[in-house]
Design a protein around this ligand. Structure first.
Ligand code: ZN
Length: 219
């Protein structure tokens, strides 16, 4: 229960919070599952950061994503409850994996206030992981194709169809902004350590994992 004094304490603004984060050298600390900031849902971006601060924050998100390394990072993952995410995937995979998973290179993008709708009934199920759930991967069945609407970092409208692995990335990152983690709709029986995933489940599809671990794949 809050005391009188707590209730009247000044609240830190999102702008102050981001300035504070950017005051430290190097990649931003990534928040792990269990922190409520990953579960509350983020507020729409509406100029809470001025253009210069937004640009610096986006650059820091990108550097943090590269350092991790990861192919997407949402602002709540660095403790900032704003609907902003970055994605970028150089897709360093074999031709076979590229074809089966649709993992084509995704250039750097900033997604502001994104939302998506699935297109058609298609689902694709593959192992994925999350920088906020380090050490683990699990199979998630996701829309094969989505229509994403958002703004970019300059406030321009984005209305685009994503398919294959880029569709998976934008669904994963947008879900973060709604307080959803990939584990919420993963096949929990597929949960595998990074080591097990690398040693046992590196095939292009999770078919063998499904048989060995006892879960079903869509379709
Ligand atoms: Zn994630």
């Amino acid at each position: 229960m809050a005391s009188e004094r707590d209730r009247s304490a000044p609240r830190i603004t999102l702008s102050d919070l981001v300035e504070e984060l950017l005051g430290h050298e190097g990649p931003l600390p990534i928040v792990a599952a269990g922190d409520p900031v990953l579960r509350r849902g983020a507020e729409p971006f509406d100029g809470q950061l001025d253009p210069g601060l937004l640009a610096r924050f986006v650059a820091a998100l990108r550097a943090t994503m590269h350092a991790a390394p990861g192919v997407g990072l949402a602002a709540p993952q660095v403790g900032v409850p704003l609907r902003i995410a970055v994605v970028e995937d150089p897709a360093p995979v074999s031709d076979e994996v590229r074809v089966v998973r649709g993992r084509v290179p995704q250039p750097f993008r900033v997604l502001v206030n994104p939302s998506y709708d699935g297109i058609g009934p298609g689902r694709a199920a593959f192992f994925e992981g999350c920088l906020s759930v380090p050490g683990w991967q699990a199979v998630v069945a996701r829309h094969t194709e989505v229509r994403l609407t958002a703004l970019d970092e300059y406030g321009r409208t984005v209305d685009e169809v994503f398919s294959g692995w880029p569709a998976r990335i934008v669904q994963h990152e947008t879900d973060h902004l709604d307080g959803t983690l990939y584990l919420d709709h993963a096949e929990l029986r597929s949960l595998s350590s990074n080591q097990a995933t690398a040693e046992l489940w590196a095939q292009p599809t999770p078919q063998l994992a499904a048989e060995a671990l006892g879960f079903t794949l869509p379709g």
